[in-house]
Design a binder for this molecule. Structure first.
Ligand code: NAP
Length: 244
């Protein structure tokens, strides 16, 4: 029997988009949640938006300002989360961004920001929680992308980061599953979020919605301990909204 309400989750990049949607879904199940983001303003805004949902489901929500590119900030975020929640047994490495340009036009700064956020950030997130996950037979989920298996022009930095996330999560899963830690990488196609300066709008009706990711996370953590879907490719059923 899986007792969802007893779980405590930590989500990087939970201030909007996919991370925020997963936080909403977890809180609806009574799971307490820690979210992170880069600025005091974004973290406070998201935390106050989630507070009534938390209260009505007897759960807690905590916002922490922490940049996934900075290992020391992630260490202190983990310490803060563990002190406030008592334990953390579900970690979602979601924070990410994209810079898209032909490789000869991509700047060194864009390359480093993409790799530092999307790839180093996922490693740091696992690193600071590995001990806690091993102690509680916890669950680690990374948000990769279909760009972590399909490459495209203009995607050299993003593809490199997401191929990295896919490979990292699969290899780390082999290291930690013997300790009872489950690990899954979710690889979505287009999701209606604020990614790459997009603003969600009515034309996004065909895209995956943030609550769909929340639903998958709930399904994953509800599965029997003996079974582990280690990699999930999640596609819009009708890309672009067309049907033949
Ligand atoms: N949208 C898509 O179509 C799609 C498809 C496949 C995969 N993904 C992946 O899904 C993940 C979430 O993206 P999204 O679509 O939800 O984008 P989004 O709406 O732009 O949200 C990005 C989130 O990441 C946070 N973030 C960015 N850099 C950060 C950093 N250095 N440290 C901490 N937090 C940081 C942002 O928080 P602050 O701004 O508050 O710092 C925000 O909460 C990313 O890894 C992305 O690559 C997205």
């Amino acid at each position: 029997m899986i007792h969802l309400k007893e779980k405590k989750a930590f989500i990087t990049g939970g201030t909007k988009g996919i991370g925020f949607g997963i936080a909403q879904s977890l809180l609806q199940e009574g799971i307490s949640v820690v979210i992170t983001g880069r600025t005091e303003e974004s973290v406070q805004k998201a935390t106050s938006e989630l507070t009534s949902l938390a209260k009505s489901n007897n759960a807690k929500v905590l916002g922490i300002v922490a940049d996934v590119r900075d290992y020391e900030q992630m260490e202190s975020a983990a310490k803060n989360a563990l002190e406030n929640m008592g334990s953390i047994d579900l970690v979602i490495a979601n924070a990410g961004l994209g810079h898209f340009a032909p490789v000869h036009q991509l700047s060194v700064e864009q390359w480093h920001e993409t790799i530092n956020t999307n790839l180093n950030g996922v490693f740091y997130t696992l690193k600071v929680f590995a001990q806690s996950l091993m102690e509680h037979q916890g669950y680690f989920i990374s948000i990769s992308s279909l760009a972590g298996t399909n490459f495209f022009a203009g995607g050299s930095a993003y593809n490199a980061s997401k191929f990295g996330v896919t490979g990292f999560t699969q290899a780390a899963m082999l290291d930690l599953r013997d300790y009872g830690v489950k690990m899954t990488t979710i690889m979505p196609g287009s999701v209606a979020t604020y990614f790459n300066d997009h603003v969600p709008n009515d034309d996004d009706y065909w895209k995956i919605q943030k609550e769909d990711l929340g639903q998958i996370v709930i399904q994953l953590i509800s599965m029997h301990p003996r079974s582990l879907p280690s990699k999930i490719e999640l596609r819009p059923t009708m890309p672009g909204g067309t049907r033949k």
